[in-house]
Design a binder for this molecule. Structure first.
Ligand SMILES: [Zn+2]
Length: 789
C-alpha cells in the first residue's frame, strides 16, 4: 500500500509523540531501540521478515531523538537572566522577518551584561524590534531589553510559543525597552548565499509594494515570498474565515510552480536534461532559502530535489517515498516540528494530493476533463487537512471548498506571472512597473473572493477539538475508503459485519465505561495571564463561568484575552452553553474576556455585583447582556445557585447596601460564592480584601472550604491569617500572570497559605489548574509541572 520508507517515517513520528508525552526516561528508550536493532539484525540473519523490529526500532529511536533534541539549551548565564533587564551582543543569524507591527530577528548571542556582570554566552535569542529599525541579516548588534523565557501553553491543548520557538532552536526572547537604540557594531557577517537570498527577497518585496499600491502589493508579497508584514488584520481574518489562509503563506504550490517554470523554460530552450535539472534544483533551493526555509517550503523543496534526481538515478518516481524522506529529514533535523501546525498541514495536504486526489479524479467522470483534476485536488487537500484544522484552530470553513475552487486557478496564474514581473522589476524597475498592472485584476479577484466567502453564513463554523483517537480513526477510515475505491481492498460481507459489530461493541463498551465513572464536579482555573477565569462543570452537565480574564487596566494593549485564550479554552473543555455567568467585580482583568464569551456561547443567566466602575469593557458587557436578552440579576448574599445533582453555590457577598469608603470599594464588593458538592467545597473570592474578609468572619458565615481561590491574585491586601484559618483549605489556587506589574502573589500570602497547610497552585507556574471532586475528595491536575515554568 505504502512504500517501506513511509512506514518507517510514520513509526519515527509516532515515536517522537511517545517520547514527548510519556514519562519514561531516555535510558529506557535507549535500551528499547538497541534491543529492536539487535532483533532486526537477528531476523535478517535468519532470513525472516524484520518488519516488526524495524518499525519498533524507528519508533524508539524517534522517542530517544526528541528527548535529546527537544529543548534548545541556552547557556546558564542566559537562563539565570530570565526576567531581568540585560544588554545582549550577538550576530543576526537569520534574515529578519517583518511582521505587521514588529521586526523579528534571531540573534546568536556572544555576550551578555546582566546585573552588573559581563559574561560570554551562547544560544539563539529572538529579538523583536520596532518596525522602524533597520537591522540587517549578518549585523553584529548590541541591544538592551527584558530577557524572558518564551511562555509555554497555559491551557489544555493551547498553542505553545515555547515549543514553537524551540522547534526553531530558540530558547529565549528579548523585548527591547521602548525607544531602545540598536547599536550596529559591524555589518556583513552573513553566510553569502543566505545574504544574497535575503537581498533578492527584500528587493522583490519592496518592488511589489511600490508597484502595486494597497492590498494588491501586500497580497502579492505574501503569496510569492511569505512577506506578510503589509497584510492588515482584517484581510488576514477574511482569508482565515474563508479557508484561504494558505494563500498568504508560501507553500509547496509556489515551490512547484517555480520548479515547473524553470523546467518549462529549459525545454523551450532545448537544454539537455542533466544541466536543466541542475539549474532547476539550484533555483528551487535558492527560492526555499529566500522564503525562510519554513516547514512547508522545506518539505516541497526536498520533494522537488528527490523528484529531479529520480530520473537521473534511473529510479522510478514514488511520491509517497519522496514525502516520507522529506518528513524524516525534517524530523531528524528538529523533532519538535512534528507538533508544528504548519508542518502537519503541509504534509497532510500533500499526502491528500498524492493519495486521495488520483482516486477522486477517476470517480469524477461526470465533470469536464479540465475541471476534474482541479476539483479532485482541492477536495483531496481539504479532506486531508480537515481534522488538523479543527484541532488547531477550532473552526472549519464549510465554504472553503468553493472558495478554493475559485482561488486555486487564480493562484496558479498569479504565482508564475507574479514572479516574472517581480524578477523583471527587481532588475529593471521601470519595465517592472509598467508590467505590474496585469497582476491587479487576478489579485483583486483573490482578495474579493476571500472577503465575500468570509461573510457567508457557513464560513468559520466553530467546532470542538477532535480527540487524538478521533483524528487517528478518521485517517484510518480514510485510508480504508481510498483503498476500497481503488479496488485494492475487496469488501466482503464478512468484513462489513465485522466492522459494524466492532463499532457497535466499542460504542457499548464506552457507555458501560462511562457509567462506571462516578459523576464529578470539575472546576478549571484557566490561565488567562493576570486576571481570573474559572469554569465550573457540574455533574449534571450544567456550567458556570466566573469571570473571563482580560487586560490589566493601565496596561491596555488591545490584546483580546477572551477571543484569543478564553473562548478556545472553553471549546477545548467541550462547553456548549454557559448556564450561569458570574462577574465577581467589574475590573478589566475579570470582565474583559466575558465579551468574547457572550459573543460565542449562549448564556442562561448573568450575575454581577452591580458596583459601577469605569473599566473599558464593563459598559459593553452590560449592553451585550441587554441586547441578547439574557436574564440579569444582582448577586446578593443569601442567593443560592443550583447547578443540579447536588452541586450548588451560595452567594456570601456583596450585601445591601454595598460597602463604601474602603480602600477599594470595587474590590470590597466582589461576589464571593461557596460552591459545595457533597462533603467538598470551593470558595470563590473575587478580589476581596481584608475588610470584606473581616465582615464575613464577623457574622459567622461558614467559610470552611476544601479549595480556596485565593483573593486578589495573592495580593498582600487580602488573605489575612484569621480568614485563612477559618477557610482551612487543603488546596489553594492563585490566578496570576507571570511577571505582572503588581508583584502578585505576595510572599507573605504564600507563607500564610503554607502556614495553614494548603497545597498552593499558581496559574503562572502550573498553567490551568483543574480540581475534580466526587463529593468525597478532590483531585488536582495541572497543565505543567512546577519544574518547567
Ligand atoms: Zn483582579
Amino acid at each position: 500500500m505504502f512504500p517501506p520508507i513511509a512506514w518507517i517515517a510514520a513509526a519515527f513520528a509516532a515515536g517522537i509523540a511517545l517520547g514527548r508525552w510519556s514519562v519514561l526516561s531516555a535510558w529506557i528508550w535507549f535500551a528499547a531501540s538497541t534491543g529492536s536493532v539487535l532483533a532486526a539484525a537477528w531476523c535478517v540473519n535468519l532470513r525472516r521478515p524484520a518488519t516488526v523490529p524495524l518499525l519498533a526500532g524507528a519508533a524508539t529511536v524517534g522517542a530517544l531523538w526528541v528527548m535529546l533534541h527537544a529543548d534548545p539549551v541556552a547557556a546558564p548565564v542566559l537562563t539565570a537572566a530570565f526576567g531581568r533587564d540585560v544588554t545582549l551582543a550577538g550576530v543576526v543569524v537569520r534574515p529578519p522577518q517583518r511582521g505587521s507591527e514588529r521586526v523579528r530577528a534571531v540573534v546568536s548571542v556572544e555576550h551578555i551584561d546582566s546585573a552588573g556582570r559581563s559574561s560570554p554566552a551562547d544560544g539563539l535569542v529572538l529579538v523583536t524590534f520596532p518596525q522602524s529599525s533597520d537591522v540587517l541579516y549578518g549585523d553584529r548588534i548590541a541591544i538592551s531589553g527584558r530577557l524572558v523565557r518564551p511562555p509555554p501553553a497555559g491551557n489544555p491543548g493551547e498553542f505553545s510559543y515555547r515549543d514553537y520557538l524551540a522547534s526553531r532552536g530558540i530558547g529565549a526572547v528579548l523585548y527591547p525597552q521602548r525607544h531602545a537604540h540598536v547599536h550596529v557594531i559591524e555589518h556583513g557577517l552573513a553566510t553569502p548565499i543566505l545574504a544574497a537570498a535575503d537581498i533578492v527577497r527584500r528587493r522583490m518585496t519592496s518592488f511589489l509594494l511600490t508597484a502595486l499600491p494597497g492590498q494588491r502589493g501586500a497580497l502579492m508579497a505574501s503569496l510569492l515570498l511569505g512577506d506578510d508584514g503589509a497584510i492588515g488584520p482584517e484581510a488576514r481574518d477574511d482569508f482565515a474565515r474563508s479557508g484561504l489562509l494558505h494563500v498568504l503563506v508560501v507553500s509547496g504550490a509556489q515551490v512547484g510552480l517555480v520548479l515547473a517554470s524553470v523546467l518549462w523554460l529549459g525545454r523551450l530552450l532545448r537544454v539537455p536534461l542533466l544541466p536543466a535539472s541542475g539549474v532547476a534544483a539550484a533555483v528551487t533551493l535558492f527560492f526555499a532559502l529566500m522564503t525562510g526555509w519554513v516547514p512547508s517550503v522545506a518539505r516541497a523543496a526536498m520533494m522537488a530535489l528527490i523528484g529531479l534526481a529520480a530520473p537521473l538515478l534511473q529510479r522510478g518516481r514514488d511520491a509517497h517515498a519522496a514525502l516520507a524522506v522529506a518528513a524524516l529529514a525534517l524530523l531528524v533535523s528538529q523533532p519538535l516540528l512534528l507538533f508544528d501546525a504548519g508542518f502537519q498541514l503541509s504534509f497532510a495536504a500533500t499526502w491528500g494530493l498524492i493519495f486521495i486526489a488520483p482516486v477522486l479524479t477517476l470517480h469524477l467522470s461526470a465533470l469536464p476533463r479540465s475541471l476534474r483534476s482541479l476539483f479532485a485536488m482541492t477536495v483531496a487537500a481539504q479532506i486531508a487537512v480537515g481534522p488538523l484544522l479543527a484541532y488547531h484552530f477550532l473552526q472549519i470553513s464549510v465554504v472553503g471548498l468553493a472558495a478554493n475552487l475559485i482561488v486555486i486557478p487564480l493562484v496558479a496564474l498569479l504565482v508564475p506571472a507574479g514572479f516574472a514581473v517581480a524578477v523583471v522589476g527587481a532588475v529593471i524597475p521601470t519595465l517592472g512597473v509598467s508590467l505590474a498592472p496585469v497582476l491587479g485584476p487576478p489579485a483583486d479577484a483573490v482578495r474579493w473572493t476571500a472577503a465575500v466567502f468570509a461573510r457567508l453564513p457557513l464560513s468559520a463554523v466553530p467546532v470542538e477539538a477532535p480527540s487524538l483517537l478521533g483524528i487517528a480513526g478518521f485517517y484510518a477510515v480514510l485510508v480504508a475508503t481510498v483503498e476500497w475505491l481503488r479496488g485494492r481492498v475487496r469488501v466482503t460481507r464478512a468484513a462489513i459485519v465485522a466492522a459494524v459489530s466492532g463499532a457497535v461493541a466499542l460504542a457499548l463498551w464506552a457507555q458501560v465505561f462511562a457509567a462506571t465513572v462516578p459523576p464529578q464536579l470539575v472546576i478549571t482555573f484557566l490561565d488567562v495571564g493576570q486576571g481570573d477565569s474559572i469554569v465550573v462543570q457540574a455533574p449534571s452537565g450544567r456550567t458556570m463561568l466566573v469571570d473571563g480574564g482580560g487586560e490589566v487596566e493601565g496596561h491596555l494593549t488591545g490584546y483580546d484575552v477572551g477571543a484569543r485564550r478564553l473562548v478556545p479554552a472553553l471549546r477545548r473543555l467541550h462547553l456548549r452553553t454557559i448556564d450561569i455567568m458570574l462577574l465577581s467585580h467589574p475590573h478589566e482583568d475579570h470582565v474583559g474576556g466575558l465579551i468574547a464569551a457572550l459573543q460565542n456561547f449562549p448564556v442562561g443567566l448573568v450575575l454581577d455585583s452591580g458596583f459601577e466602575h469605569p473599566a473599558p469593557s464593563y459598559p459593553r458587557f452590560l449592553r451585550l447582556v441587554e441586547a441578547q436578552q439574557i436574564p440579569y440579576r444582582l448577586a446578593r448574599r443569601g442567593q443560592r445557585l443550583d447547578l443540579g445533582d447536588g452541586a450548588a453555590a451560595a452567594v456570601l457577598n456583596p450585601r445591601d447596601p454595598l460597602i463604601v469608603g474602603s480602600s477599594s470599594d470595587v474590590h470590597a464588593n466582589s461576589v464571593v460564592a461557596r460552591l459545595a458538592y457533597g462533603a467538598t467545597s470551593v470558595l470563590l473570592t473575587g478580589d476581596i480584601e481584608a475588610l470584606t474578609e473581616a465582615i464575613l468572619l464577623g457574622d459567622g458565615t461558614d467559610l470552611h472550604s476544601t479549595v480556596l481561590k485565593v483573593a486578589h491574585h495573592g495580593s498582600a491586601t487580602s488573605s489575612t491569617p484569621v480568614f485563612l484559618d477559618a477557610v482551612a483549605p487543603q488546596v489553594a489556587v492563585i490566578s496570576v500572570g507571570a511577571m505582572n506589574p503588581f508583584g502578585h502573589p505576595h510572599r507573605a500570602t504564600l507563607e500564610a497559605l503554607q502556614a495553614v497547610g494548603a497545597a498552593v497552585y499558581r496559574t503562572d507556574v502550573h498553567g490551568a489548574v483543574t480540581v475534580a471532586s466526587d463529593g468525597v475528595q478532590v483531585w488536582v491536575r495541572t497543565v505543567r509541572d512546577a519544574g518547567d515554568r
